[in-house]
Each structure stands twice: as C-alpha cells, then as structure tokens.
Design a protein around this ligand. Sequence first.
Ligand code: CTP
Length: 404
Amino acid sequence: MLSGKRVLLIVGGGIAACKTPELARLIRKAGGHVRVILTKAGAEFVTPLTLASLTGEKVHDALFSLTDEIEMGHIELSRSADLVVVAPATADLMAKAAHGLANDLASTALLATDKPVLMAPAMNVRMWLNPATRRNIATLRDDGISFIGPDEGEMACGEYGPGRMAEPAAILATIEAHFVREVAPKPLAGKHVLITAGPTHEPIDPVRYIANRSSGKQGYALAEAARDSGARVTLVSGPVTLPAPAGIRTIRVETAREMDEAVEQALPADIAIFAAAVADWRVADESAEKRKKDGNAIPPLQLTENPDILARISRHGSKRPCLVVGFAAETGKVLEHAKAKFARKGCDLLVANDVSPASGVMGGDRNRVHLVSPEGVESLPEMGKGEVATALIARFAERLARPA
Ligand code: CTP
C-alpha cells in the first residue's frame, strides 16, 4: 500500500513514544520508507538505536549538527518526505507548531515543511481538555493539519479519558487512506462548494432556544468528500459538537438568519448543498431578559417564519450556483414528500432520507438516501455517512460536468 512512499516520523516526548518502533515497523512492512526525528524528550522513552535498527536509517535529533547539515540539512529533511507524521504529538509540540516556534529540530521541520502533516496526539486527559490545547488544535486544523485520535481509555498516569495515542495499526490505516486519497481523481478541482450543516438554534430568551436533533455528521461528511474531490469548500455550520474538518473553511453560526447571511457572503459557488436542518420558525418576540414564571399563566410562544435559504438561493439571479442541492428529512411518506419538496424549492437535485426515530439516522453514523432529480429517483443502499457523502459528491460532480 505504501510502496515507495517516504514518511518523516517525528517522535515527541511521552510514554506513547514506546509505540513508535511498532509504527515504524508497520510502515516499512507496508512498503514505505521512514526517516525519524526524535526530540530530546522522546529519547527518554525510546532509544535512537531502536528506531535506527527498525527504519534502517540514521535517527535525526539535533538542529545544529554539523554532520547532519552536511549529509542532509534540516530543511531538506522536512521536504524529502511525502508525509510528515507526528507521533506522539505532545501538547508541547502542538503548541509550538500552532504558534510557529522553531527552537529544536522537530518544531523547525514542522515549520519548514511543505508536505501534509498528520498528528497523533497523546497526553494526559486534563492537558488534552485544557482550553490552550483546544485552541492550538483548532489553529492546526485551520492550517490544514490532520489528526488521528486520541483514543479514550485508561492512561499511564492512572487517569481515564481521551488522551491515549491511537494504536499504530490505526495510524498506519490513516496514512494509507491519505495516500489513496492523494491519487484519487479530483473531479471538483478548481470548484467552490458551499455546504450548510447541522441544526440552527432559535433563541426564546438569553438562556433558552428552539433546536432539533441534527448532529451535522452528514453535512460534515459531504464537506470532507468535496474537499477530497479537489474542491475549495466553505462549510456553514449550525451548533454541533464536531470539530472543524481540516482544510475546510468552516463558519460557525447559531440561527437561521445568521446561516442565511453567511451563505450569502460565501457566494459565488459552483455547487451549493443545503444539508442543514434549518428551523422553519423562530420566536417572534425574543425576550432580552430571561422569561420568568408569571403566576399560573403559561406564556405563549409567538412564532414567525425563518428565511428559506434553499428556496432563496435556488431563485438567486446572477449568483445562483450552477448546481443547487436540497435535502429532505422526513419521518413518513419519504418519497412522496421529497418529490413535492423538490418541485417547491426550485433546486436541481434533492436528497431525501428517513429520519424517523426507528431509522437511527439523526445523530447516527449510517444513512439511506434517495436522490431525486428531474429524471426520477435513485435509491442508494444503506451505508456509513462517509460513504453516502462520497457517492453523492461523485454524482454532483458528474452533473456539474454535463454540458448545459
Ligand atoms: N432549508 C433552508 N432554510 C429553511 C428551511 C429549510 O435552507 N428555512 C433547506 C434545508 O437545508 C433542506 C431543505 O430546505 O435542504 C428542506 O428542508 P425541510 O426543513 O425538510 O423543508 P421545509 O421547507 O421545512 O418543508 P416541510 O416543513 O414541509 O418539511
């Protein structure tokens, strides 16, 4: 799988460094070459000799090494790889990378590289959850760095939670997936894809809101599939717990009106996919103060209609994207409702799915969708949301390429 691929493995200082000889062995077994940069702290947990024996290469550990600079300068080291893997990515290494520090060989290589970077974080659970680490991860994701893990479980320090480095086999699978994606066709190269995802929250007062059960998973998977097809992607996301996907411009909003505004700002786009579960109504008389129980009278909620973003963009004059795709989340008579919605919304394609509680789609990882087009309905088999996204994006790309 990794035949001829060159991986630069940066080993940080943590107990998980003990797993890196196994990772190096697996990469080599899969046909890849491994060069290692070992930090000073990493060398406390794994010896240069072990890594050199397993990789068949000299292990690099010093920024100012005369021999190393003559044999292979640190800049060249960071660029001669096809992929840079940081395992374990410690809180310290991530903080340095997020802020562009370069005071040792590992951080200098990360700053100097022009190659994709995959990090496998490992640290104590409190360090992982610390706001400083959260900020650094968000920055690194925005910079296009990918992550695997950490896993949740018992830690070497005795605490329990997220922070264990992903297992070497899982890191290898991610490395392989990276190279598979790299050679995959890029039918959306040069195209801008705009996607809405997740629910919207419509405030009742400063502490309460109206929401729905959308997790955003299908919309985020579509954004990743569009990115992997070569598109520049803008993801306008309602409140979800998912992290911003690497290499995707993610704009976080709360309400339908904010989503509408963010969509407008993101135009022009070649394809617009409206996967968000936008609240149809908002509270007309949103209270600036928390509503209080007032004697026995139950306060009525006066609702007013939200802008229909999909319908508006479908009828947008000059800025209408070439392909506008709507979604229909239904709990019964799925195809009947979907066909009516397709006719009503003015979009080019509509993806319908059954979100009744028995389907497990809302919040779940699998989905079964029906693609409604002017030619009829194509029903796809039940698949993981990632596979559904790949299948849908391939169809959208094919449609975009069709002569008008
Ligand atoms: N949508 C939108 N803006 C809204 C409501 C919906 O952009 N204010 C989009 C959704 O993102 C989805 C499609 O319209 O792509 C269908 O959403 P849905 O809520 O199922 O449709 P409704 O118009 O609300 O129809 P109904 O109430 O009959 O289900």
